[in-house]
Ligand binder design. Structure first.
Ligand SMILES: O=c1[nH]c(=O)c2nc[nH]c2[nH]1
Ligand SMILES: [Zn+2]
Length: 453
């Protein structure tokens, strides 16, 4: 008789079925007929094979009636992590993508964001943001005003999020929509301390200079100090389009590169994630790697604003951390499934341009959307895969929903069970919210959510 491990604190939930996730050594692991236990704190206590159920149940104190069995075609995958999205741009998603970056900001973005002075407008948009983005963990960039409602709603709906108050003190296009460096510093401190005081378990502050073009050196210094003094995450934009890169050269003539502007002001750390990075040089990538800073690849926005095509393979070979971002409203879709598809498309477009280019595999992009995102946010010990000790952040996927977005054919099914890879690929390529049956964040089921919240 085999002996079982010693008894441990009982688990709160146990699931049995297929689990798909990534690790550093392989972009896709498929665990078929597995058991996964989650403790009261929402952390994964064990992952084992179903045939070990007798021992596992003794060790972790659960009975067979407590096991939630997935359907034969269903599977769990880690929650999708959106490493860059603008909450305050949600109201014009899918419109106004007919200009390059700098004109687009002046014409559409700044006038819209200025409307957040109105509390009712900001409450309305932010509630919709949190409800409709519930299936992912994201970075939310709020506007200069009324950011408190955003983190309040994020917590209320059980969302995991890093929320930033966007800062800028240079705005030639919409002159009333900016702060002085001192106001911006004061408001950022207020924002950070209010959020820390509320002690939400899953919502954290992130220091957010808009980008070097709209921040004076004085403001960048203030924000670098705030991040350093409070050990905070940092997010911004970098090298999105060539006009912007040239402008930064003119604005910061003493800096060797765009990346150097941020580094010099203590804004390039292992808790930094910079959106885009399409035009970074090799020496800038080295600065990223040395600092442990990350890039958020936003392929939809890069194409929609004709900004450039990031060569992800080159970034990965440079050992720079990288996750995916939707970048609403520069990107026209808040769906991380869209970010996965556009990342694959960009990689293929680079191959068309240069047949030597090594395209990203489907599984690699799946890893970028999950584990890659957690690494980019310096949260890989907390989330991104189904490792023991991490929070259970997961999507329960059913590829075979009635009137679903794609069909499954007999060849995809073995006995009564859909082949695992035939479930993941069509979901990533053609699936949508209809296939996401449940969402768990830190062990708690948040979708389907209570409409009354
Ligand atoms: O895609 C983008 N969206 C923005 O809001 C922004 N601000 C600066 N640079 C930016 N890029
Ligand atoms: Zn952005």
């Amino acid at each position: 008789m085999t002996s079982c491990a010693e008894r441990s604190a009982p688990v709160a939930r146990v699931f049995r079925g297929t689990f798909m996730h990534s690790s550093g050594s392989a972009p896709l692991h498929i665990l078929e007929d597995a058991l996964l236990g989650v403790n009261e704190q929402g952390k994964i206590s064990f992952v084992g094979a179903a045939h070990e159920v007798d021992c596992l149940s003794k060790t972790w104190g659960f009975s067979s009636s407590q096991i939630k069995e997935l359907g034969p075609q269903e599977f769990f995958m880690p929650g999708l992590i959106d490493t860059h999205i603008h909450a305050s741009q949600y109201s014009y998603t899918g419109t106004a993508l007919d200009m390059p970056l700098l004109q687009w900001l002046n014409t559409y973005t700044f006038p819209t964001e200025a409307n957040y002075k109105d509390l009712n407008f900001s409450k309305d948009v932010y509630t919709k943001v949190v409800v409709s983005w519930c299936e992912k963990f994201c970075f939310l960039a709020s506007r200069l005003h009324n950011f408190c409602s955003l983190f309040f709603f994020s917590d209320k709906f059980g969302q995991r999020a890093l929320v930033g108050k966007v800062c800028m003190d240079v705005n030639k296009a919409v002159k009333h929509y900016k702060e002085t460096p001192e106001q911006s510093k004061k408001e950022t401190n207020r924002f950070v301390h209010e959020l820390l005081r509320r002690n939400y378990p899953l919502v954290m502050p992130i220091v957010t200079p808009r980008f070097a073009v709209s921040c004076s050196p004085q403001l960048l210094s203030h924000l670098g100090d705030i991040a350093k003094n409070n050990n905070l995450h940092i997010q911004s934009h970098i090298s999105e389009n060539k006009e912007e890169v040239n402008l930064v050269k003119e604005l910061f003539p003493s800096c060797q590169s765009y990346t150097e502007v941020y580094r010099k002001h203590n804004l390039l750390t292992d808790k930094t994630v910079m959106a885009h990075g399409c035009h970074l040089t090799d020496s800038e990538l080295k600065l990223f790697r040395d600092a442990g800073a990350a890039i958020s690849h936003c392929p939809n926005s890069n194409i929609s604003l004709c900004s450039g095509m990031l060569d992800v393979r080159r970034v990965l070979k440079s050992k720079v951390k990288l996750g995916l971002g939707t970048d609403v409203a520069g990107g026209y879709s808040p769906s991380m499934l869209d970010a996965i598809r556009r990342a694959l498309d960009t990689s293929k477009a680079l191959k068309i341009k240069d047949p030597q280019h090594e395209t990203l595999s489907f599984e690699e992009v799946f890893r970028l959307a999950t584990l890659g995102g957690s690494q980019a946010l310096c949260l890989e010990k907390k989330t991104g895969s189904f490792e023991v000790g991490k929070d259970f952040d997961a999507l329960l996927i059913n590829p075979l929903v009635q009137d679903g977005p794609f069909d499954v054919f007999p060849d995809d099914i073995v006995g009564t069970v859909i082949k695992a890879e035939h479930a993941l690929h069509p979901f990533d390529s053609a699936g949508d919210d209809r296939n996401i049956r449940e969402v768990y964040i830190s062990g708690k089921r948040v979708v389907p959510f209570q409409k009354s919240l």
